[in-house]
Design a protein around this ligand. Structure first.
Ligand code: DGP
Length: 214
């Protein structure tokens, strides 16, 4: 296939995915600090974004303070990404690299794990900006549980996380890279940095932003 023509310089859109307790949040923070220390404009983002009105409904659901239909909550998670779409695109266009903790891949993996059809789960995500790289922090569910145990949130159960892991396996695409997350935080960070550095450069040179699903 021919390489797409280069577009304008922009920031990179990098997503970290993985099971609960795979270490995503720590790695996102470390990556942003690292990039900033190198003079790269970068921001840490996370989904769900619990600060918006929809995000607050999601937070209440995750804390089991409210009940929602499985399909309705799936669409709510997706809408929470859509409501950030224009800001996300504006940031990328102005040259800011976004390091994002979870995205549409969590959306599909967690809802498909409840038994909803894969294609139905993917549909509301179609058209969202596609990440330039999805870095999947791979850890066995049992090892994730040992990391201080799960909290009280709705999905933090070993059996459920096992099914989520199997759904993630079906989401690999050309942007996806498996990262061994059983190592310590500094070792994982050392693996991530060169991958992110390369993608920041590629996007600076005008890698076109594509849409889900690539
Ligand atoms: P976090 O804030 O990263 O701890 O995520 C909260 C929980 O919500 C976690 O168990 C993963 C789950 N989650 C994240 N995004 C989605 C989504 O889009 N759909 C569903 N069903 N669950 C999600």
């Amino acid at each position: 296939m021919a390489e797409a023509e280069a577009g304008p310089s922009r920031g990179a859109f990098i997503v970290l995915e993985g099971l609960d307790r795979s270490g995503k949040s720590t790695q996102v923070q470390k990556l942003v600090e690292y990039l900033k220390s190198r003079g790269v404009e970068a921001e840490a983002w996370r989904f769900p974004d619990r600060t918006t009105a929809m995000g607050k409904m999601i937070a209440s659901y995750l804390d089991s303070k409210s009940e929602l239909d499985d399909c309705a909550v799936h669409l709510l998670f997706s809408a929470n990404r859509w409501e950030k779409r224009s800001l996300m695109e504006a940031k990328l266009r102005e040259g800011t690299t976004l390091i994002v903790d979870r995205y549409s891949y969590s959306g599909v993996a967690f809802t498909a794990a409840k038994g909803l059809p894969f294609d139905w789960c993917k549909a509301p995500e179609v058209g969202l900006p596609a990440p330039d790289a999805v870095l999947y922090l791979q850890i066995p569910p049992e090892a994730a549980l040992e990391r201080g145990g799960y909290g009280e949130e709705r999905y933090e159960k070993l059996d459920f996380q096992r099914v989520v892991a199997s759904k993630y396996e079906q989401l690999r695409d050309a942007t996806w890279q498996d990262i061994d997350a059983r190592k310590g935080p500094d070792e994982v960070q050392a693996v991530l940095r060169p991958i992110v550095d390369r993608m920041v450069q590629t996007c600076k040179q005008g890698r076109p932003l594509s849409r889900l699903w690539p």
